[in-house]
Design a protein around this ligand. Structure first.
Ligand code: SF4
Length: 306
């Protein structure tokens, strides 16, 4: 399946909405999706801030996102599979410099080795080239932090992988999916995140994105979704209600587990009552968060692919 080219370059930058003095809290799509998936998972990640050892799959996703971002730095005719392949090793070296713990991924000897890892990243890029021709695209934004205030007090923000703007001003939000997990287990979460970006863009630019696009690189498939304004109004209510539920759960220190297929990808089963574990004591600091520094939401790094 080949994605249709539709885009011309617009050099405009997405300006993060300045936080008005009334902003009480902020929420990212990943953390909102955590709460929706499992309140206890939200607590472990955003309140306890428990470390999660990076996995090979996550590292590969970060690497592929980095390569695809850099690919568009090249002049259009040079954006070939060979050029993308040439970016893999240097981008991995850069990531290792920035996050030395990534080197431990290959220390156990029970995972793939570094060379196979790089080859597998290149294979995902082949999947990308099967669905898009980057020589015919000039993204308006890449790995851009976007934000908006909803309900007069909640700052919603996140990094989108790519934003394309057509000559007629139509917006297309593109998200690269690199994971090998069954798509049906994560598609609702992926769509939730894309609607989150659509809501931010609508609130900041006054335009409902024409297309929300998921690019599944492993399967070389495209999944398009067309939101409308009524849907985004409802979605905004959902996000605000979700935030109120998070506030309530925080005040009560009550985050319950919600077991699902996604537990297979959870790093915290050992602490989860659904798996016989006991959560740590609720952190005292969580009772007095600083709302303007993403109080209960760990910043979500660009290129994160969940
Ligand atoms: S194991 Fe499942 S139920 Fe427990 S915290 Fe993780 S996602 Fe939630």
């Amino acid at each position: 399946m080949t994605a249709e080219p539709m885009i011309d370059s617009h050099g405009d930058q997405t300006a993060a909405a300045p936080a008005p003095v009334t902003v009480r809290a902020s929420l990212s799509p990943s953390r909102a999706a955590d709460f929706k998936t499992c309140p206890l998972l939200y607590r472990f990640r955003s309140i306890d801030r428990l470390p999660e050892r990076p996995t090979v799959e996550q590292a590969r996703g970060t690497l592929v996102h980095a390569v695809l971002e850099r690919l568009f730095d090249l002049p259009a005719p040079a954006r070939t599979p060979e050029s993308a392949g040439d970016l893999v090793a240097p981008q991995w070296d850069r990531l290792l410099t920035e996050e030395p713990e990534l080197a431990t991924l290959f220390a156990d000897g029970d995972t793939i080795g570094p060379q196979e890892f790089l080859r597998s990243a290149t294979a995902l890029l082949d999947g990308y080239f099967a669905v898009e021709d980057p020589r015919r695209l000039e993204p308006a934004e890449r790995e851009a932090l976007i934000s908006a205030v909803v309900d007069d007090e909640l700052l919603i923000r996140g990094y989108l992988d790519r934003l394309d703007v057509a000559p007629d001003g139509a917006l297309r939000v593109v998200d690269y999916k690199t994971g090998g997990a069954p798509r049906e287990a994560f598609e609702a979460r992926a769509l939730f995140q894309l609607k989150f970006y659509a809501l931010v863009l609508w609130r900041t630019r006054g335009v409902v994105p024409r297309v929300l696009r998921l690019l599944y690189l492993k399967d070389a498939e495209v999944c398009d979704y067309a939101p409308d304004a009524d849907e985004l109004v409802r979605f905004e209510r959902t996000v605000v209600a979700l935030w109120r539920a998070i506030e309530q759960a925080t005040a009560r220190q009550d985050f319950r587990p919600r077991p699902s297929r996604l537990c297979d990808w959870c790093s915290h089963q050992a602490l989860c009552p659904s798996y016989g574990g006991t959560p740590p004591p609720f952190p005292v600091a969580a009772a007095a968060p600083d709302p303007l520094v993403d109080a209960r939401s760990r910043p979500v790094a660009p290129g994160a692919d969940e």
